[in-house]
Design a protein around this ligand. Structure first.
Ligand code: NAD
Ligand code: LMR
Length: 338
């Protein structure tokens, strides 16, 4: 018999139980969509994270295989698999952090908004499960279109009476990861030494890199600014086209998701000075949601930073971003309120 949740819970395999008892103190994390292109490498990386003591892998397909595979890694986290809607509640009970990469990805020629029809319903169902089984968990939402799925999640939680704006995050970390990489290439520096704030949202012109605020301070020619802005805004499409019909970014996304999840867990642990960009409920602009720098702490998003001084190029970009974002947010809200 392969090791699985049932055996571990029923205690029919002493050795598995010993591992569960001996689990290091840490956080309980669930991945919803764990058998997918992002889900699998994300599960691998979270199993390697020393802050994680329990890792729940949920999907509507293939979780027994992925769980068996990942569970052989000799790292601290205890891994359990959950398959199908009937096991969603068990997957979620007691979780501190829920990461959601469930849903369909783009093919060439599609926008992220073209995914709304399918992914809106998936996110709704999963968030209803969260509201019921782990209403206090931090939620990292990856499923596209993030600019609409985060408002959907917020409406589901409001309906259930569990909405805490400090605990809901749209994951825009991949935009920052890309921006750091592309800026480092232009400057001839190590990307690990670069920090580019990327604000707004997660689709096309709503992705707004603030190149005037790059750390360490540096300057770019007008041509470099055009090139970098375009490449950062279209990084997702670059991967979708290169994959030619087999999906969108999965490996760099898993890396970015773990970078953000790790920041959330370090915040929960009480570490100070944890700041990352994310798409959150916000008063930074007139829009109800906006991506900007957020300080992560024990209660989630403890502080949301203002945008800081923008140059004329960025002010024009901000107006374009807000126009598209407003429509995407409204689309998500009315999907639940309709
Ligand atoms: P994928 O098709 O490889 O995997 C998606 C997984 O979700 C599959 O295993 C599928 O079975 C599962 N799933 C479908 N319905 C589900 C449900 N109701 N409950 C649980 N699981 C369900 O896709 P992928 O490449 O992993 O991408 C997933 C999503 O992430 C897409 O919407 C994609 O656009 C998005 N994405 C977002 C970012 C970002 O920066 N936020 C980056 C890359 C991809
Ligand atoms: C990305 O930025 O890579 C993701 O949002 C996936 C996509 O569809 O581009």
């Amino acid at each position: 018999q392969p090791p699985n949740l049932q055996m571990e819970e029923s205690g029919s395999l002493g050795r598995v139980n010993c591992r569960a008892k001996g689990a290091a103190p840490g956080f309980k994390v669930a991945i919803l969509g764990a058998a997918g292109g992002i889900g699998q490498p994300l599960a691998l990386l979270m199993k390697m994270n020393p802050l994680v003591s329990v890792l729940h892998l949920y999907d509507v397909v293939n979780t027994p295989g992925v769980t068996s595979d990942i569970s052989h890694m000799d790292t601290g986290a205890v891994v359990r698999g959950f398959l199908g809607q009937a096991q969603l509640e068990d997957a979620l009970i007691g979780m501190d952090l829920v990461i959601i990469p469930a849903g369909v990805p783009r093919k060439p020629g599609m926008t992220r908004d073209d995914l709304f029809k399918i992914n809106a319903g998936i996110v709704k169902t999963l968030c209803e499960g969260i509201a019921k089984s782990c209403p206090n968990a931090i939620v990292n939402l990856i499923s596209n279109p993030v600019n609409s799925t985060v408002p959907i999640a917020a409406e589901v939680f409001k309906k259930a009476g569990t909405f805490d704006p400090k605990r809901l995050f749209g994951v825009t970390m991949l935009d920052v990861v890309r921006a750091n990489t592309f800026v480092a290439e232009v400057l001839g520096l190590d990307p690990r030494d670069i920090d580019v704030p990327v604000v707004g949202g997660h689709a096309g012109v709503t992705i707004l890199p603030l190149l005037s605020q790059v750390k360490p301070p540096c300057s770019f020619t007008a041509q470099e600014i055009d090139y970098l802005t375009d490449r950062i805004q279209n990084g997702g499409t670059e991967v979708v086209e290169a994959k030619a019909g087999s999906g969108s970014a999965t490996l760099s996304m898993a890396y970015a998701a773990v970078k953000f999840a790790d920041a959330c867990l370090r915040g929960l642990r009480g570490d100070s000075g944890i700041v990352q960009c994310a798409f959150v409920a916000s008063q930074v602009t007139e829009l109800p949601f906006f991506a900007s720098k957020v300080r992560l702490g024990r209660t989630g998003a403890e502080e949301i930073y203002p945008l800081g001084p923008l140059n004329e190029y960025e002010r024009v970009g901000l107006e374009k971003a807000k126009k598209e974002l407003a429509a995407s947010i409204e689309k998500g809200v009315s999907f639940i309120r309709k």
